[in-house]
Ligand binder design. Sequence first.
Ligand SMILES: [Fe+2]
Ligand SMILES: [Fe+2]
Length: 495
Amino acid sequence: MIDKILTEYEQVVEKSFLDDLTGLHNYGSFRHLIDIICTQSLRSSKRFTLALIDITNFSHYNSKYGTLQGDHLLKKTGDHIIESIRKSDIAARLWRDQFAIQLDGSIGDDAILVAERIKSHIEESLENEITISIGLASFPTKGTTFKDLYDSAKESLDLAKQDGRSRIISLDSPEAPKDPSQYSVLVVDDDKLNGKIIEFQLRNYGYHIYFASNGEEAIEFVKSHPIDLIISDIMMPKMNGFQLCRRIKKFSATRLIPVVLMTTLEAPEVKLTGIDAGADGFVTKPFQQAELLARTKSLLHMHELNKKLTDFENVLFSLTNIVEVKDSYTQGHSIRVSQLSRQIGFALGLDNDMLDKLVTAGQLHDIGKIGIHKSILNKPGALTDEEFLEIQKHPLLGYQICVPLKDNLGISLDAIRHHHEKLDGSGYPDGLKGDEILLGSRILAVADIYDALTTDRPYRLGFSIDKAFMILDDDAQRGKIDKQIVSILKDLILS
Ligand SMILES: [Fe+2]
Ligand SMILES: [Fe+2]
């Protein structure tokens, strides 16, 4: 008798923690558990993510098929949640059609992949009768109590459900992708079925998808549409994936768009050719959805960063305009030095990357003059020793302004610092000698002197081309500037 009462008591107690309909934890129980786990995790530095799940248009389903059928759907959803989670995860039905899961040990991209698996399992098990949205919030980034985590996951969930769509959104970190619908992906493939598979996988996740059936069509498309990522097949008529990639990477307007090539071949030479063409990544056919999503996400993130860097570059370029306004005699100087340097580099057979770097270096080389007083820059007479020392500060100042962009500028940064160095060690700011001065800096130095000689300065009119080359030849003869570069410049200008 006592045993029976005890068993009944246990059942009543247990029942008060569980949801009648699904048998999952109810709101009160789940909240209590999460608060306990939060306290323990703070001590043990454990990580987890709270996932909130919502059935798209559940009220519509309920009114269409009745509450009984609606309850049946909720029960089945609960069952499929249990089937899809790991043993260490905890699932609950909070209320109506809102479910929650504590994804144990998973945060960031890992949690997104787990959520993706759960979403696919539930939708496929219910034969795509319904779709679900998931909002994620990780501990401790988004909170250290149930309430904070819930509020953050709810914010993500609301975004995921926006416009009647069903997606997975995590707002965990600044690096996390924004709302996927902000991104446009161009899929290039002559095989329509393959294109449809990618479309289904990515559109389901919220991206805007566009199609082109070959490289030529893709090139035309990107001219008029802002695209954040290109996923292209390799073997296609008219223009293949490698050729497309080369064209995209060649033009400054499109070179930052990441390109992923799809390959069925594991042959390393295919990848090598792709890398040589500038491809940013590869996916292997047939696709694993997780691989495609992970690749897409990381490249979109990279694109975001690149865009920010170019914004910074743009700021730098506009600073050079200020220099040219300040130093009225050097208008157009940066652009001319830039173009001359590129022409010299081209004649020397340098590769495209190096030529791009020379162009950037030419544009930015005198940016340090922004810190030199206007009265010195525009002084009509000879400079005093003190003023000359002041003006000599500009290469180092330019370097300091540009150094945060070190990774992007590469050897351009070196040329900004060393465009006034001389091969015999008499230059500034570091007094480098001979081979210590890199080729890019030596090219820039010659282009810079030539332009300065042939244009008007505050203290004299511009020299004729012949006179300019007499001076350059003399400097080369005295071992100050590179003889070969002077002779290439002569060929370029006089031929
Ligand atoms: Fe300079
Ligand atoms: Fe200059």
